[in-house]
Write a protein that binds this ligand. Structure first.
Ligand SMILES: C[S@@+](CC[C@H](N)C(=O)[O-])C[C@H]1O[C@@H](n2cnc3c(N)ncnc32)[C@H](O)[C@@H]1O
Length: 136
């Protein structure tokens, strides 16, 4: 399957709904990951930052990466409103990721893989960005 549907920014309210926290609570889910306060993390397909912001409270820095500048604009609004200093929104072009090799410790991607046509190629590229390749 080569054609993937990319999320329509007009529907951002769906991602931000209070109801979502009842079945997909970022705080509870992030508790399940072994997070280190020194980590540099990536939220791939960060959208409006539903997971990016809670993650930023638990690690040193988060790159919020998305292919749509409209989605990054929603994230930027949150950063400004909440005066968050450790999230950097980054625009990517398909599977070209704007990061240096071996510059991140952790990658999360939530509700996004179904939008990525060539997952194998993307995961191979991301392997180069991690400095902890032996970690699961
Ligand atoms: C359904 S939204 C989920 C957003 C967020 N992760 C959440 O759970 O609220 C999927 C997001 O992935 C982004 N996206 C799609 N393909 C991508 C790709 N190849 N690289 C980075 N982001 C991508 C879309 O622009 C959209 O913001």
């Amino acid at each position: 399957m080569n054609e993937s549907h990319v999320f329509d920014p007009k529907h951002v309210a769906v991602l931000e709904s209070e109801d979502r926290k009842t079945w997909q609570n970022p705080e509870e889910i992030l508790e399940l990951i072994d997070l280190n306060p020194d980590y540099v993390a990536v939220d791939l397909g960060c959208g409006s930052g539903f997971f990016t912001v809670p993650l930023s409270r638990k690690v040193k820095k988060v790159y919020g990466i998305d292919v749509q500048k409209e989605m990054l604009a929603f994230l930027e609004q949150k950063i400004q409103r909440q005066k968050i200093g450790n999230i950097e929104p980054l625009l990517s072009v398909k599977d070209k990721i704007p990061l240096e090799n071996e510059s991140v410790d952790l990658l999360i991607t939530i509700n996004t893989l179904h939008e990525i046509p060539n997952k194998k190629r993307l995961s191979q590229r991301y392997e180069g960005y991690s400095d902890q390749r032996d970690r699961q």
